[in-house]
Design a protein around this ligand. Structure first.
Ligand code: NAD
Length: 257
């Protein structure tokens, strides 16, 4: 009997990497969500490659009603949502006195509030079946701050706190909740911030990777998406039932300093 994993932002970057690792086990049906216009084709390509069921739903995570619809869709298609990966996220880099109010609201909405709405929607089913795995993709910035990312860092610290709370509430029902805290991963989200990082720090774009992004990591490499995917698959397993309430740094030693 296949379990079902629902992955927000599953059609790009880290979310797609996580989807591929779940797909490779052939033990899961996948439901992907994201704003990519070719979401259906991405889902179909995974289904064809791994001979599993993969669905796509384009809910906008800024809209709570669409989030609830996404959870309903996943349960109707597969009967259950056993694993929830709240991964979708956006970024904006600018000093606080120039930080646009609408960017603050969107970052808190997508990176933090959507995880609340989605967790609330899948919770009754997980409780009833006495099994649930909630995996929130936070960030090294859920544990430490850097300048010019006020909203992002507030959202990521927030999701670490939310994760701990639902770990406590889920324990009697075999529902675990953990946050994965990656360092820099080379995805569209990172590519898009290079120009703004250069402007905010007053350095050329060519120096952003070495002087800003990888500067704080002891290991001077981007974190591979495969590592994050394999960790998510492990956190979703039966064996990981007592691993809960954590914020796991996968950040090349950034948080060791
Ligand atoms: P990405 O830009 O490649 O993917 C983001 C995904 O979120 C996309 O699928 C996009 O469609 C989706 N999304 C954005 N707004 C949405 C909305 N309103 N409704 C539905 N979906 C929406 O980014 P990524 O780097 O893969 O980031 C994934 C997660 O990992 C984010 O939460 C990010 O903060 C976190 N993270 C990334 C890094 C990194 O270096 N890339 C490091 C630490 C944490």
């Amino acid at each position: 009997m296949h379990k079902t994993v629902l992955i927000t932002g599953g059609t790009s970057g880290i979310g797609l990497g996580i989807a591929r690792e779940f797909a490779q086990t052939r033990k899961y049906n996948l439901v992907l969500n994201g704003l990519e216009p070719n979401g259906n084709e991405i889902a179909q390509a995974l289904a064809d490659e791994f001979k599993i069921k993969v669905c796509f739903h384009p809910a906008n995570l800024l809209k709570p009603e669409q989030i609830r619809e996404l959870a309903r869709f996943a349960e109707e298609e597969n009967g259950t949502v056993d694993v929830l990966v709240c991964n979708a996220g956006i970024q904006h880099v600018s000093p606080i006195d120039e930080f646009p109010e609408e960017k603050w609201d969107a970052i808190i909405g997508i990176n933090l509030s959507s995880a609340f709405h989605l967790t609330k929607a899948v919770w009754p089913g997980m409780k009833k079946r006495n099994f649930g795995r909630i995996i929130n993709i936070a960030s090294a910035h859920g544990l430490v701050a850097s300048e010019f990312k006020s909203a992002y860092i507030a959202s990521k610290h927030g999701i670490v706190g939310f994760t701990k709370t639902i770990a406590l509430e889920g324990a009697p029902y075999n529902i675990t909740a953990n946050a994965i805290c990656p360092g820099y991963v080379r995805t569209p989200l990172v590519e898009k911030q290079i120009a703004d990082q250069a402007k905010s720090h007053g350095i050329p774009e060519s120096e952003v990777i070495s002087k800003v992004m990888l500067y704080k990591q002891a290991v001077k490499d981007f974190v591979p998406v495969e590592l994050l995917g394999k960790l998510a698959v492990f956190l979703a397993s039966e064996e990981a039932k007592t691993l809960t309430g954590t914020a796991l740094p996968v950040d090349g030693g950034w948080n060791a300093q």
